[in-house]
Design a protein around this ligand. Sequence first.
Ligand code: SF4
Ligand code: SF4
Length: 487
Amino acid sequence: MEPEKTSSDPLHAPGRLLSTMNEDGSRRWLRPRVSTGRFWHARRVVAYALIIIFALVPHLSIGGKPVLLLDVIKREFTILGTTFLPTDTVLMALLMVTLFASIFLITALFGRVWCGWACPQTVYMEFLYRPIERLFDGAPGKKQRIKGAKGPRKIAKYVVFVLCSLFLAHTFLAYFVPPRELITWVTRSPFDHPTAFLVMAVTTGLMLFDFGFFREQVCLVACPYGRLQAAMLDRQSMIISYDERRGEPRGKLRRPRRDKNAEGVSLKVIAEESPGDCIDCHMCVTTCPTGIDIRDGLQMECIGCAQCIDACNTIMDKVGKPRGLIRYSSRAAMEGERTRVLRPRIVIYPAVIAIMFTIFLIFLGGRQTAEAQMLPRQGMAFYEIETGEIVNQARVRLVNRGEADASFAFSIDGVEGARVILEEPDLTLTPGESRVVGFMIAVPPDGFGPRGRKEATVNVSQPGVEDGFAKQMRYNIFGPPSGGGGS
Ligand code: SF4
Ligand code: SF4
């Protein structure tokens, strides 16, 4: 008889609740068993390689520029040594479309291979925090129950968790803060840079909350990728599937027993076996890091970690049945349909990737050797100086994208008598340098018109350089309104 399903039994969530929620709404803590099979060993190698790569990437550089730095404060993204500024919106948009189309393509071909094999959430959770937890708490039993560490062992576990979270917080922030600045944050007293210290403390706290408490909930309720998979997958996508035609009807494995015949002779009785290969051992469920039963079919919660494959293969070996009751396959193949690699989305996605990336490369190749961008003005709109002229303070973000030092000059057109006063007359930027340059625009005091404004053009150029950088930017010069005249 089927055992009664109760909310206290972690193997039988009543109805189709969230796999991590009990019937009464409380959290159902998951302590997945490790199933050390072929895929687990391969994933472990990939995971530790990725942990090293994740930590190293922010410290690597190409041609003196970071491999990857998303400097949100300066609004500069450096990818593979190429810096993108806010003015590179089209380039960034093309790169994003290429990236999303690539994700769509990989998912259509291989399902959630990213989630199971390479996502930092899975990598750190399954190969850093869970092994530490098992070290202190002990390995979970068949019903995912463990005694759990108590007293000093529990404190030690959380101390190690905090140290790991500190490491992760620094690794994470190194993608957003230049490494040199990050080292300053780490080596100097928190009182010298309280904001930076607060950012680091909050990030460490978030890491601890994620990997110590929130855990698989990130994949189940927070990450949008799992929710989109229904749109990204088709019947031919390779996913982790249970072979229902082979496994059902499932039934418990019955051991031979001895009985006596009518003459009282003891005989070995082989119990009739269930015709399906699944022996309903639940090993695929207790090993699942998101707590689902793969035998219920493709589910949003499945992160494609292949732990259920390893678990089931071990069982199949033990009961002398062929491996692969759970395996990488497509829904079509599982239902006996023909496997088709070539299908519309497998043609359309690469076409989109190729077109977008080609346009991206053309735009990238056509970029000038420098970049200038007017920044919003700060402080007073205008003021008068001793000469009687009206002065506006302006700022330009100037970037030297070239390979050598570059000197720049400013001039102004469109307003008679206007002149530029540079705070730094000899303006030279080193290769890759990005600087906010402040300068003043002085104009005669009259002719601002009733709206108190004149339209001008600010020119940035490289004097003496043939085919050098040149850019014109429109700029409104403010001044005292007058009865007529100016625009
Ligand atoms: S169902 Fe299998 S592949 Fe999917 S998350 Fe669970 S253990 Fe991993
Ligand atoms: S591990 Fe294999 S045999 Fe055991 S319940 Fe899962 S599918 Fe069935």
